[in-house]
Design a binder for this molecule. Structure first.
Ligand code: NAP
Length: 246
């Protein structure tokens, strides 16, 4: 907790989509937020302005989570602005769909750099610098379990995130730090909608028992639960929020 008693969160990839909803929700819950983005500076600034207009505290910090220095930069920025870190949400991610036989090295390595190595470096930095009693929330996907065609690089990166989540929960538990992953099903963001026809979206909705796409706020409320006092006994779990599709 910071000197004024306020908890502090870093949310990676918070300029858009699920990350943006998480940043807004955590701020609403009284948490100071570092809004990370890679290229969408205007959108990140807007998220910060929205948080501040509602009486919250936030800063926008640029960092490519696929790069080696991103996590140290983000922790440095959080410490400078708010005095320390209590919550890390490793939300930033990419998904480029292609059969494995048509996936080139660069695409494979970019999935691993952002989705997996970014999460690894976040957990490592949190293990060194997060205050006791903190929370780490990683991002998997319900694709882990479904394993549909064309999801090879993406699903592999997310399955590895789940593996690290289990290990980290056992390493950091003694300090009261919980480590969990959220594995959303289809959520209506740029990542999911880009390149899909209406017909394909409707076909996917047909596989979801609750018969609708998820919205970013559906996932933000799961993260808020894991980050908040009521989630304190949940550790080393993968929480699948997907309308019951798997
Ligand atoms: P999105 O709409 O594509 O938004 C991605 C966000 O991540 C943007 O704010 C983007 O910022 C940021 N980002 C991308 N690459 C980055 C990088 N290298 N460094 C820093 N930030 C980066 O994605 P989303 O749907 O909200 O997905 C969020 C997370 O949920 C991801 O981990 C994704 O795998 C997971 N997920 C999503 C779904 C779904 O259906 N949407 C389902 C399962 C899991 P810039 O615009 O600045 O690049």
């Amino acid at each position: 907790m910071s000197t004024n008693g306020q908890r502090v969160a870093i949310v990676t990839g918070a300029s858009k989509g699920i990350g943006r909803a998480i940043a807004l929700r955590l701020a609403k819950d009284g948490i100071a937020v570092v809004v990370n983005y890679a290229s969408s500076r205007g959108a990140a600034d807007e998220a910060v302005a929205e948080i501040e207009a509602a009486g919250g505290r936030a800063i926008a910090v640029q960092a490519d989570i696929g790069g080696p220095a991103a996590m140290t930069d983000l922790f440095d920025a959080a410490e400078r602005a708010f005095g320390g870190i209590d919550i890390l949400v490793n939300n930033a991610g990419i998904m480029k769909l292609a059969p494995l036989s048509e996936t080139d090295d660069a695409a494979f390595e970019r999935h691993m750099a952002i989705n997996l190595a970014g999460t690894f470096r976040g957990i490592r930095e949190a293990g060194r610098r997060m205050r006791d009693g903190g929370r780490i929330i990683n991002f998997s996907s319900s694709v882990v379990g479904v394993y549909g065609p064309a999801y090879g690089a993406y699903a592999a990166s997310k399955a590895a995130v789940e593996a690290m989540t289990h290990v980290a929960s056992k390493e950091l538990g003694r300090r009261g730090i919980t480590v969990n992953a959220v594995a959303p099903g289809p959520v209506e963001t740029d990542m999911f909608m880009n390149g899909k026809s209406d017909e394909l979206v409707q076909r996917i909705v047909g596989t979801i028992p609750l018969a609708r796409l998820g919205q970013p706020d559906d996932i933000a409320s799961v993260v808020a639960f894991l980050a908040g006092p009521e989630g304190g006994w949940v550790n080393g779990q993968v929480l699948r929020a997907n309308g019951g599709m798997i």
